[in-house]
Ligand binder design. Sequence first.
Ligand SMILES: [Zn+2]
Length: 184
Amino acid sequence: MKYCSECGSANLVLRSPGRDTHRRLVCNDCEKIFYHNPRVIAGCIVEDNGKYLMCKRAIKPRPGSWTLPAGFMECGETVEEAARREVWEETGAQVDIRAPYSIFSVPQIDEVYIMFRARLIEFSDDPGPETAEVAMLAPDEIPWENIFYPAIKDILQRYIEEKDRGVFGIYMGCSEDGTVHFMQ
Ligand SMILES: [Zn+2]
């Protein structure tokens, strides 16, 4: 940003205003503080009779790789609404959200992924332009070597293992360090 969106001044500096713990872009003329915060990505693991809803990416990065439906939360919606909307936009499926499954932080790129467990209700529409192909895949049909992001592969593998054991946990952490929490 070159100019203050409040007063139009070009006198913008990086500093820690007041007792703030972080350096912010601040307008020296009107004292407007420009906050830059992480983005939330919401999505679902959608299971139906041992098959999992996956989509093949049509867009960069890595078109042709497979992933779980997820995308950026919008202002004015809850994180569950965001997850349901993203599933519908990317796959055309209506789903019923059951429970949180993973709260995964990526501080290197300022993103937080919140993934839910969900049940398929029905396919009510065609996928949007971000998706090349949609499929319900059994574990032995999942293209494990062509999954978009390692954390997506991990979350699917954990789900399949936990489903076999009949107990689902909730992951909290990042790729280097995290814990699966099981509630009593
Ligand atoms: Zn200003």
